[in-house]
Design a protein around this ligand. Structure first.
Ligand code: ADP
Ligand code: MG
Length: 813
């Protein structure tokens, strides 16, 4: 058992704005416990906090300042926890802090650079690397990914659902067994045999997380996400299985609202926006107070799920993420205070070992057989389960004569056979019981009386049969129970196999590319996957593509108009720079991998040649020895020495290149995941933008023959009516080409557009812009009532024309 308090670490996020000096300082004297001092500027101390304290000091295990790399965070925080999970202990790492302080960045990683990958991918990498190295045990790894939003659990790893909102995902509920163990119903565990499979699951969960999020539910700030690695290990031949879980938790934003507002008790009485964090705090307070018998775990789903991590069987670590800017100081102080309380909680982690009943039965059967064989060898006779009739009769005679023998020294000798010893006791007990039943009759009387003896024998037999029958029944029951247990285990294994098969089939069936044809990386992927040694590893890329395809609901046959609009949207989108950068890096990595692959092949064939050459030399020497009747030299000659050292050199080169290629492969995988994720996001935002453009076109179609150049286009329902009349009065076919320079547009915010071609403000959601610009492009029109909200290609080209027209206006501005 390992007793340990929860370890607390602090990480300070680099500021968005220019560094604000003097707000905090870190004291990391090697002899002392590191401490973080937060200094309140005078103006804040006067206005905000009633006791006017100017500085607050908090102790942490370690404090990581703004420039701390993800690698450092992993090495210092996550690696030791992963190490104990590999030994069989439960582990939890949770990030706590206000929204934007870097929880997701720390736990999952940044969405742009490979070097920004967070604790989850690095831990997976580390665990699989260790499993590969350790051949003394058999390991199984499963992954689950749970999101808790508003007291409801959702399974983020359900591949069968196309989530467009959280409610589409399977709901996870909590069950508690009589021993108060928590079980999560509906949360699927997916087996991952390689790092790539595990990363794909992380990607699947993150994509579901992103797609399910809507501005309404703000899932990423209001929900808790728990990524769990379940690890089982067993030594070959042993019946003991070790189970360990590692929870990596990205908690909801810890921001609070002031109860009494500015000037009041902001730092003491603020309340969490998120109710379950309030319950988490209550659990932490209860745990940190001595002699508290009741800990309110059951108040929320999150505290129930993390019950073991808080004051239970787990090695737990907390990372307090801090965004130490002037406006966040109160939140940062709250986070640090929370951490100080957490640091008081003691956990007791034990090895979670379990006996596997199947393996136990097998082992016992083997042991029995061995003992039987040993016994047969000693006694020289094969021993059966039960005594024979003749043996039983012989024994009973012995007992009778023993009882009749008046000699106090007489002994009942049955030999070293436990079956016979047991039978004697059994028989004696019966005789004793019978004596009680038959009242005054003494044993000697019973024995001496012929007729009574007869009756007794009969009764004894009856009794014995009944008991034997009972024993038989009992054994039957035991066997049934064991058989049922075995059947259940077998069924579970089959179900798991079936599920794995289904997943694989599902992945295999969908190989179509997610993006419009001509996507350059698809070609890259194909090329890489055609390299023989990589085929298996890269086959999962298809899975991801299909998933992406499914998740975004992207149609393979996007209308031309929509495709073009997508290109425009993509070009202007802020993320496209990241995608392009990553594309470039990916290209470089691909060509490096290709070159490495070629060099590896070259080295491999060189090794083959060198080996061949050495063998040839040996054959020649032997042949020479035979023909000239000379002994073959024992030591290699100079030439051979040279060949051998060349061979060693090539082998070393091969190994170095191979290690590099492996690392490259992981990096490429990760970069592709990042890009795919960015693309899903892009696609999602495009869909929103497109729908809004369609609405804009319906509500604000280009005006015809408008003479008023200053009035914004279609601002009121009156003008809308006017406009619609105007349109409907036009050509009977509903389509008319507009002349140049006559229409007007309600233009979106130009600045917003520059950053991101985000959804143009729709009239119902945004203030009307007063900017208007003459429309110079020709735009096709048709009556508003006939324009559906996107879908057919004709409408799509209308919307495209609308977008283009606005673009040209913006360019001219
Ligand atoms: P949270 O999950 O706490 O709301 P995020 O992890 O999403 O916060 O971080 C907010 C933003 O800050 C993201 O754009 C993230 O990339 C960036 N960020 C957070 N921590 C760091 C860091 N240590 N270094 C660089 N960027 C960071
Ligand atoms: Mg987050």
């Amino acid at each position: 058992m390992v007793k340990q308090t929860i370890q607390i670490f602090a990480r300070v996020k680099p500021p968005v704005r220019k560094h604000q000096q003097g707000i905090y300082s870190i004291d990391e004297d090697e002899k002392l416990i590191p401490s973080l001092e937060i200094i309140l500027p005078r103006d804040l101390a006067d206005g905000f906090v009633n006791n006017k304290r100017e500085s607050y000091k908090f102790k942490f295990q370690r404090i990581f300042d703004q420039d701390a790399k993800q690698e450092t965070i992993f090495e210092n925080i996550a690696k030791p926890v992963a190490g104990s999970v590999l030994e069989g202990y439960n582990g939890t790492i949770f990030a706590y802090g206000q929204t934007g302080s870097g929880k997701t960045f720390t736990i999952t990683g940044g969405a742009e650079r490979y070097s920004d990958r967070g604790i989850i991918p690095r831990t997976l990498s580390y665990i699989f690397e260790q499993l590969q190295k350790d051949s003394s045990k058999m390991y199984t790894t499963h992954i689950s990914y749970l999101e808790i939003y508003n007291e409801c659990g959702y399974d983020l790893l359900d591949p069968r659902h196309e989530a467009s909102s959280l409610e589409d995902l399977p709901k996870v509920t909590i069950l508690e067994d009589p021993d108060q163990n928590i079980h999560l119903k509906n949360l699927t565990l997916h087996q991952a045999t390689t790092e790539e499979e595990a990363l794909n699951l992380l990607f699947l969960g993150d994509t579901n997380r992103m797609i399910a999020e809507t501005p309404m539910n703000q899932a990423s700030t209001r929900s808790h996400c728990i990524f769990t690695i379940h690890l089982s290990s067993k030594e070959p031949g042993s019946a003991t299985v070790r189970h360990a879980k590692l929870h990596l938790v990205d908690l909801a934003g810890s921001e609070r609202v002031a109860k009494t507002g500015v000037g009041g008790h902001l730092l003491t009485e603020a309340k969490y926006i998120n109710l379950s964090l309030h319950y988490l705090e209550q659990v932490i307070i209860a745990l940190s107070e001595k002699h508290r018998s009741h800990i309110p775990y059951r108040n929320s789903m999150m505290t129930s799920v993390l019950r073991d991590s808080l004051g239970g069987n787990c090695m737990t670590t907390m990372i307090a993420t801090l965004s130490l800017e002037k406006r966040n100081l109160d939140e940062s102080i709250s986070t640090c205070r929370f951490a100080q309380r957490v640091a008081l909680i003691k956990n007791e982690a034990v090895l979670n070992e379990e006996i596997d009943p199947r393996l136990m039965i097998k082992r016992l059967q083997k042991e029995i057989q061995e003992l039987k064989d040993e016994l047969a060898m000693v006694t020289g006779e094969q021993r059966t389960e039960a005594l024979t009739e003749a043996e039983l009769l012989q024994l009973e005679k012995l007992i009778t004569s023993f009882l009749e023998d008046q000699d106090p020294e007489s002994r009942l000798e049955v030999g070293a056979d436990m079956r016979k010893v047991h039978h004697c006791f059994h028989h004696l007990k019966k005789l004793l019981n019978d004596k009680k039943i038959f009242g005054n009759n003494t044993v000697s009387n019973t024995v001496s009386s012929e007729s009574k003896d007869q009756d007794c024998q009969e009764a004894l037999k009856e009794e014995e049969y009944r008991k034997l029958r009972d024993i038989l029944k009992q054994r039957d029951n035991e066997i049934n129970i064991l058989v049922n247990m075995l059947k259940k285990e077998k069924k579970k294994a089959q179900e798991a196999l079936h599920l794995a098969g289904m997943d694989r089939r599902e992945f295999r069936h969908s190989q179509s590319p997610p993006f419009p044809p001509g996507n350059p990386e698809e070609g890259q992927r194909m090329r890489l996957s055609s390299a023989p040694s990589q085929t298996q590893d890269f086959s999962i890329l298809g899975n991801r593509s299909s998933l992406l395809h499914k998740k975004t609901g992207m149609r393979e046959e996007m209308s031309l108009g929509r495709q073009e609009a997508f290109e425009i949207f993509k070009r202007d989108h802020a993320d496209s720079v990241t995608i392009d950068d990553n594309k470039q890096i990916l290209k470089q990595r691909f060509s490096e991998a290709k070159a490495l692959g070629e060099s590896i092949n070259e080295a491999r064939s060189k090794i083959g040649h060198l080996k061949e050459e050495i063998t040839q030399r040996h054959i020649q020497q032997v042949a020479l020895g035979i023909s000239e009747n000379m002994a073959v030299p024992l030591m290699p000659d100079q030439q051979e020495e040279k060949l051998r050292s060349q061979l060693e050199g090539e082998k070393r080169r091969y190994k170095t290149m191979f290690t590099r290629l492996k690392a490259l492969k992981v990096e490429i995988e990760h970069l592709q995941l990042l890009m795919d994720k960015a693309k899903v996001k892009l696609q999602k935002e495009f869909e929103v933008w497109w729908a809004e453009e369609a609405t804009n076109l319906q509500v604000n179609p280009p005006a015809v023959n408008s003479l008023d150049h200053t009035k914004p286009f279609l601002q009121t329902s009156d003008s809308l009516h006017e406009q619609s009349q105007l349109f409907s009065n036009k050509s009977s076919g509903g389509w008319e080409v507009q002349g140049q320079g006559t229409g007007r547009f309600d233009v979106c915010d130009v600045n917003a557009r520059k950053i991101l071609p985000s959804p143009c403000p729709s009239p119902h959601s945004q203030k009307q812009s007063s900017t208007s610009t003459p429309l110079e492009d020709s735009i096709p029109k048709r009556p508003m009532s006939s324009i559906p909200l996107t879908g057919d290609s004709q409408t799509d080209s209308d919307i495209l024309a609308f977008i283009k027209a606005r673009q040209s206006i913006l360019q001219k501005q």
